[in-house]
Design a binder for this molecule. Sequence first.
Ligand SMILES: *Cc1c(COP(=O)(O)O)cnc(C)c1O
Length: 381
Amino acid sequence: MKFATKTIHAGIEPDPSTGAIMTPIFQTSTYAQEGSGNHKGFEYARTQNPTRSALEKNLAALENGTDAICFGSGLAAMDAVMKLLKPNDEIISTNDLYGGSYRQMVRVYEPFGLKPKFVDMSDPKSVEKIITKNTKLLWIETPTNPMLNIVDIEKICKIAKKHNILTCVDNTFASPYLQNPLDLGADIVLHSATKYIGGHSDVVHGCLIVKDAELAAKLHFIQNACGAVPGPMDCFLILRGIKTLHIRVQRACENAAIVAKFLKKHPKVSSVNYPGFKSHPGHKIAKAQMRDFGAMVSFDLKSDSFENAQKVLSNTHLFTCAESLGGVESLIGHPASMTHASIPKEERMKVGLTDSLIRLSIGIEDVDDLIEDLEKALEQI
Ligand SMILES: *Cc1c(COP(=O)(O)O)cnc(C)c1O
């Protein structure tokens, strides 16, 4: 089955009791048993829920995995992966990791004895250099936020295999439509389904996808034992969002390419981070491992100042100033004061995250209107 067909059909059957075409929202905490242990495969809704099961089958198909495990948020999904580790295990991740993932590794799991280390993962040699016998997990994110750096998934996974280390790829920014890390050798794929998979900015949700039965069993065990499960209504909304994933992301990518070109030519813009440009250091890798270059773009202003960035943000009308990404509507953000405010300025500047960097999540509106909106806002500085 091809991707566009999977989004609509994988894991989805008309409801056997009524013929309902859409998977019902099974809003129940428990299920009748004919006698103790004699049931229809569902005992208690932390353990199994039919709406969630349909979504898990669908997500597994989208990432070419065998099992998906759903959680109440992307960070709850990550939390389950952390629980595969033991005190003194080392994690290697990228130095421009999503802030929430960094916070969980450092502020929640370091006190429990896990040892996260951060390097520039776009350089695989620097990863291999710091591997020790205690390294148990390589945590990959690509493209990264907000600098849009690209990590070579296949290369990093090869290094991991050589040293018998587990790999997890946070595939949130790309979505399964653009990139399938299991096919490139990864063990686990993570999504914040809050973003492109849900696609409508109306639900917080996360998932893991794997293709190894033993790993799936461990993660299912953690999901049930720790209980960070999503509700059936949220699973229904994610299933509904997925039906248009391919056309949403396709259009958003088309719009992003046009907006990136417009910004690059703009006299008030000093640089544009977009992996679709040949001049982007990760362009070749992105071209090889992604189907398109994504719909996230960040750019910097020539008049490098906090105030001018704020002026742009407060003068767009279609681009709403907000956290998050991946919805049908375009969003604009200022990483230095929003998503990355907790990172010291010196650290931020090292990766090019200046006071005037602006991040865009390009939606699926008419691109002419998006450009007009940015043009007018840039006139204000
Ligand atoms: C949003 C996000 C997360 C966290 O997901 P939540 O659903 O907000 O918990 C993790 N990784 C990336 C790249 C994200 O953008």
